[in-house]
Design a protein around this ligand. Structure first.
Ligand code: SF4
Length: 213
């Protein structure tokens, strides 16, 4: 059984899959409390569903792309069986994770979009640095930055770990409504940073406060 906060069909708003129709499975619970978290309703709200029920709901949308998100989706052991089932059905499976839980059990065919938490989140001490070695050329690393200090932290990690040559994409996203895109873009250009500036596209389409999109 899994505890599921919501399952919905929308336009992917983040990662290199941005803009593509996608089914989202949001799993309940998170053991982090990022200062800028935009899904706190997923900390506790949810209902029990069997893996069969989740798969049936996903199949109802007739969409090849599925994202497992949260909350923190890797907190529930049943998520690995769900990944296997979705892969066996030919779905492209993406998992969005906070980066503090080992990726060891995630099947290689699942595309991992892993956060590295910056100091402004209040959770940077939880980063599991060993996870960087568990990422492959199809996986992505995401930094959510709220100010210049966060940007400099991200830049240092990107350079020190040579992330741009080790993973499929390095994403830098401003905290929506806190850091403007323009200064972040200018910092990246000034540094010739090997990273991709991203917005949370769904917030521009549907509004920042709308759930289930
Ligand atoms: S890891 Fe994600 S769900 Fe958990 S507190 Fe941070 S932003 Fe929110």
């Amino acid at each position: 059984m899994l505890t599921i906060n919501e399952i919905f069909y929308s336009i992917q708003g983040e990662s290199t899959f941005t803009g593509r129709p996608c089914v989202f499975v949001r799993l309940t619970a998170c053991d982090l409390r990022c200062a800028w978290c935009d899904t706190p309703y997923a900390f506790t709200e949810g209902r029990k569903m069997s893996i069969d029920e989740v798969v049936t709901a996903v199949q109802g949308y007739d969409c090849p792309l599925v994202e497992l998100t949260g909350g923190e989706p890797l907190l529930q052991p049943g998520v690995y069986a769900l990944m296997d089932r979705l892969l066996s059905l030919g779905r492209t499976v993406v998992v969005e994770t906070g980066g503090h839980i080992s990726l060891e059990r995630v099947p290689a065919a699942v595309i991992k979009v892993m956060d590295v938490k910056c100091p402004g989140s209040g959770e940077s001490a939880r980063n599991d640095w060993d996870n960087l070695a568990r990422l492959g050329p199809l996986d992505e690393v995401k930094f959510v930055v709220k100010d210049r200090a966060d940007y400099e932290y991200a830049r240092e990690v990107i350079v020190r770990h040579d992330l741009a040559s080790r993973v499929g994409a390095v994403l830098i996203s401003p905290v929506h409504g806190v850091l403007e895109l323009r200064p972040l873009a200018e910092w990246m250009l000034a540094d010739h940073l090997s990273a991709r500036l991203q917005v949370q596209l769904h917030k521009y389409i549907w509004g920042a406060e709308v759930r289930g999109v």
